[in-house]
Write a protein that binds this ligand. Structure first.
Ligand SMILES: [Zn+2]
Length: 292
């Protein structure tokens, strides 16, 4: 997409009245949105419940956009990061932001991020597989553990390290209390907005949308001021990736990828020269596993 000057949209450096450019990237998932507690709400096959959930998701994203601009952002790019990645209702999206919608896209939940951004916000995120959190999982149902240099992490960590390699810190995470704990233990100084608390994997104590949005907006506004305080997460090199699958069949399928090593019946290892390659390798391995 280009603007009339021929500069790719979103890549030119917008400036505020102080002459500063503050570019914020939002990765938006759905399982962490308040009111969403069941898989019956999270896919297009779920009809009426899904239509409600995608509107709630769009409105929480708008709250984060509002907070980002109130905090001093000059540009916001939103990447729809859930399921088919066509959930956000663009006709209801804050018109100041741009949206990446649809899939597949090479970098999935982090498509469109580059080193020109000053901070990331993760909206509607959920806890990692195996944790008591609302709809907790890691990337796909086939993955039990995603491990980087010996540390088990969920999508928050998986994507925060991707951003870190570009020098971009994660400033803000919203979702349930479990993902907030996960983010805070991983990213010093990150701001979190807890909009619900798990009462089971498919039940939660929820904030009604108006309060959830107010909390997200205010927390996102404050988070912009953390640029320069929150450090990017950078994985030491070489990066040792391990993926633990739910079944031996999935591990066997993923093991077709050259360079993967079978560590045990369920677990594959892969050594990458940098985190971006580890991230790409994990995505490739999970795609292969999905064929079983
Ligand atoms: Zn999702």
């Amino acid at each position: 997409m280009t603007n009339p000057s021929g500069v790719p949209k979103g890549r030119h450096l917008d400036v505020n009245e102080r002459g500063c450019s503050v570019r914020i990237y939002i990765s938006a998932d759905m399982e962490g949105v308040s009111g969403v507690v069941s898989w019956d709400q999270t896919g297009p096959e779920c009809h009426a419940e899904y239509e409600r959930a995608r509107l709630l998701m769009t409105q929480e994203v708008n709250a984060a956009i509002e907070g980002a601009f109130k905090g001093g952002a000059t540009y916001v790019l939103v990447n729809d990061s859930h399921g088919n990645m066509r959930n956000i209702l663009i006709e209801h999206l804050d018109p100041r932001a741009d949206l990446i919608t649809g899939s597949p896209k090479p970098y999935g939940m982090m498509q469109g991020l580059d080193s020109t951004f000053h901070g990331c916000m993760f909206v509607g995120y959920h806890a990692m597989a195996g944790v008591e959190g609302v709809l907790s999982h890691t990337y796909a149902g086939s993955v039990l553990e995603y491990i980087i240099n010996g540390q088990v992490m969920g999508e928050t960590g998986m994507n925060a390290y991707f951003a870190g390699e570009m020098g971009v810190p994660v400033l803000f995470v919203s979702g349930d209390a479990a993902v907030a704990r996960e983010a805070e233990s991983l990213i010093p100084h990150v701001r979190t907005a807890q909009v619900k608390e798990a009462m089971g994997r498919a039940a939660a104590w929820c904030m009604p949308p108006q309060r959830a949005r107010a909390l997200i907006e205010e927390t996102a506004r404050q988070a912009v001021s953390l640029i320069g305080t929150v450090k990017p997460l950078i994985a030491s090199r070489p990066v040792e990736l391990a993926l633990r699958f739910a079944t031996a069949g999935q591990a066997s399928a993923a093991n077709l990828m050259p360079g993967t090593v079978r560590l045990d019946g369920l677990t594959l290892g892969f050594t990458a020269q940098n985190y971006t390659d580890a991230f790409r390798a994990a995505r490739a391995m999970i795609s292969l596993a999905a064929r079983t």
